[in-house]
Design a protein around this ligand. Structure first.
Ligand SMILES: Cc1cc2nc3c(=O)[nH]c(=O)nc-3n(C[C@H](O)[C@H](O)[C@H](O)COP(=O)(O)OP(=O)(O)OC[C@H]3O[C@@H](n4cnc5c(N)ncnc54)[C@H](O)[C@@H]3O)c2cc1C
Length: 443
């Protein structure tokens, strides 16, 4: 039972993570409040991509604006005859979708409205804790009390603290950076009705550029004459600058004989991929970007937020029934439910893998991904969406190692060799990550 004037759970934030957990808690009948810096119906700048099977399993396919069955990647150089086979597209044989971000937001808001949830628009700028409740201070004055506070304020959280581990040199925080354009082109930049997950061909680059940290094209045909093309760096510490990505995108388009004729939307994307987990003993619980829920090897998060919100809400609801539970204990048990040992283990595994990939040069990276997508469908899809058990993940990686060419095996086994232009060993500086950049949907 909540203290008079307090809610049981206060969710701070207004992005996908906040709305997902708030809706799931309301569904459990928990007395909640939401405190968001902006109105909950403020349009989101980020749009979100997701694999078809994930969204189907969640029963949310009706929230997609686009869906592609023709989904491909390219892992050849595009120029080398000897690599002719690798220049063929890798057909993923899986649907990919783009959320209609407005529909997704409205889907959650309608449920919150139906549940009569209290919402406040204000900046949370402080917090204090008593034995049973916490009080969140509002920038506009006053405070909101709750037995449990969930910080869902994204990659630069208001309250959730990272662990000291994050400062260790072997754990650099890498950024996924991308520059993209929604626009019209003199010639289609990709095939019609196609979704390109990763085009790592580098035939448009000079020899010197090919020595630099690699990037790939993520692209989709949005219908009619509209296309979205985005040059993306999977992860790098420090992140690849936008100017570099923009220049490479222009070169790539030029090589295809395609010129941008109309810019509908220009997008910038930057978020941390592999921060250490937050301290699981702190009094404020995180959810979403604040809780390290971005997949450290693929950058996806929305699918896992959607999957994990209901189970976490159920745990919180059960814990709240125990009136004797002090605030500290409530928070710790919630953190444990969000990050049980097997999930932490998998996350460390992904971080380790990403660290290896960040040391790969362009050719080795292409070889790696070419091999990765020859894995059984269940393995690569489960890896990217984090839906494998630890045992399945281990087996998938053993298979990857067995299938991989020698340069990839060596890269996985031995410390990265510094290649010209590659920042290896990686610096340990935390990534400065501006949130709410304009962006497009890919994790
Ligand atoms: C550009 C970009 C593209 C991405 N694309 C994808 C994708 O396609 N698929 C995918 O799965 N993942 C993607 N991600 C990764 C991840 O899903 C997103 O970062 C996602 O937006 C994180 O959601 P969130 O709710 O945790 O945080 P955010 O979306 O950042 O939301 C944070 C919210 O908290 C509010 N807030 C902040 N501070 C306060 C405060 N002090 N008080 C009150 N409210 C506050 C903000 O107003 C905002 O509403 C992308 C990330 C970025 C940056």
């Amino acid at each position: 039972m909540a203290t008079p004037g307090a809610v049981e759970v206060l969710v701070v934030g207004g992005g996908p993570a906040a709305l997902a957990i708030a809706t799931a808690l309301a569904e459990e009948g928990v007395n909640i409040g939401v405190l968001s810096a902006a109105s909950l119906s403020t349009p989101w700048t980020n749009t979100y991509g997701i694999w078809g099977e994930e969204v189907d399993a969640l029963g949310l396919a009706h929230l997609l604006s686009h869906r592609w069955s023709h989904t491909v990647s390219y892992f050849g150089t595009g120029s080398d005859q000897a690599e002719a086979k690798a220049n063929q597209p890798t057909n993923h044989g899986r649907d990919y979708g783009l959320f209609d971000k407005q529909k997704l937001q409205q889907h959650w808001l309608a449920q919150l409205k139906g549940a009569n949830v209290s919402c406040w628009i204000d900046h949370a700028n402080g917090i204090s804790h008593g034995p049973q409740t916490s009080a969140v201070h509002r920038a506009g004055g006053g405070e909101l009390k709750a037995r449990l506070v969930i910080d869902a304020t994204g990659h630069k959280p208001a309250f959730v603290k990272s662990t000291p581990q994050q400062k260790r040199p072997e754990s650099p925080v890498a950024g996924q950076a991308a520059y993209g354009v929604v626009g019209r082109f003199s010639r289609p930049p990709i095939e019609t009705d196609q979704f390109v997950f990763m085009d790592y061909r580098s035939h448009h680059l000079s020899d010197q550029q090919r020595q630099e940290p690699p990037s790939f094209l993520y692209a989709m045909h949005l219908g009619g004459d509209d296309y979205f093309v985005e040059e993306t760096s999977l992860a790098l510490a420090p992140a690849l600058p936008f100017e570099v990505l923009k220049q490479r995108l222009e070169q790539r388009l030029m090589r295809r004989g395609s010129t941008l004729t109309d810019v509908i939307h220009e997008e910038y994307c930057l978020f941390p991929m592999n921060p250490a987990l937050p301290d699981l003993h702190q009094r404020v619980v995180g959810f979403g970007g604040s809780a390290g829920m971005v997949h450290p090897a693929s950058g996806y998060m929305v699918g896992s937020v959607l999957r994990r919100a209901p189970e976490l809400a159920k745990t919180i609801s059960d814990l709240l029934q125990k009136n004797s539970l002090a605030g500290e204990e409530l928070a710790q048990q919630t953190w444990q439910a969000l990050w049980p040992p097997d999930r932490r283990l998998k996350r460390e595994f992904f971080r380790f893998g990403l660290n290896k990939l960040m040391g790969f040069d362009e050719q080795r990276l292409r070889h790696h991904f070419h091999t990765f997508f020859t894995l059984p469908d269940h393995d690569w899809y489960g890896f990217l969406t984090n839906t494998l058990t630890p045992a399945e993940l281990t087996m998938a990686m053993v298979r990857l190692f067995a299938l991989a060419p020698w340069d990839v095996r060596a890269g996985l086994l031995f410390p990265a060799q510094a290649a010209p232009g590659l920042p290896v060993p990686l610096p340990s500086v935390p990534l400065p990550c501006p949130i709410n950049q304009q962006t497009n949907g890919r994790g």
